[in-house]
Design a protein around this ligand. Structure first.
Ligand code: CA2
Length: 156
């Protein structure tokens, strides 16, 4: 069976594509999820995509990823990235390779967005690529966990 990666999106990301297009672009969360599933499939992976506006529910998703033996996590914790030690602790506890993604370039924005607790629990962070960041993150995660792109596998 295909290995599964969890794609977790935090508060307000359900609004993607509906407001502030100058910051977050025109794509919707459903487009992000389609992109993630298609990219994961290229590497023989399945993407389980979740979004929540609640910190505790995001933590539950991280625990669930562990219980279901997920191979990796892509996380955009939204505003909780900058505030949540609890989410950081959950990511550290489960020891699942994680990549943090931000649609916008958080370093070109307000200083309160420059620090991320969740980034400290991730092996890599991408920001500023718009929703393409999710595709790049899955590609990097696949390399990290040794999932090769289908059609490019070399014989042992
Ligand atoms: O750039 C990102 O992906 C962020 O994680 C988005 C968060 C923000 O708090 C982080 O600093 C950076 C906010 C998500 C808000 O999403 C909206 C999308 C469309 C319209 C309004 C909000």
């Amino acid at each position: 069976m295909a290995k599964t990666i969890y794609v977790l999106n935090g508060p307000n990301l359900n609004l993607l594509g509906t407001r502030e297009p100058e910051t977050y672009g025109h794509d919707r969360l459903s487009d992000v999820e389609k992109l993630c599933k298609a990219t994961a499939a290229r590497f023989g992976l399945a993407a389980d995509c979740r979004q929540s506006n609640r910190e505790g529910e995001l933590i539950d998703f991280v625990h669930e990823a562990h219980a279901k033996k997920a191979a990796g996590i892509i996380i955009n914790a939204g505003g909780y990235s900058h505030t949540s030690i609890a989410l950081h602790d959950a990511l550290v506890a489960v020891k699942i390779p994680a990549v943090e993604v931000h649609v916008s370039n958080i370093y070109a924005r307000e200083s309160f967005r420059h620090h991320s607790f969740t980034a400290k629990a991730a092996f890599a962070t991408l920001c500023g690529f718009g929703i393409d960041g999710y595709r790049l993150a899955i590609s990097g995660l696949a390399a990290k966990i040794g999932a090769q792109e289908i059609g490019t596998r070399t014989k042992a």
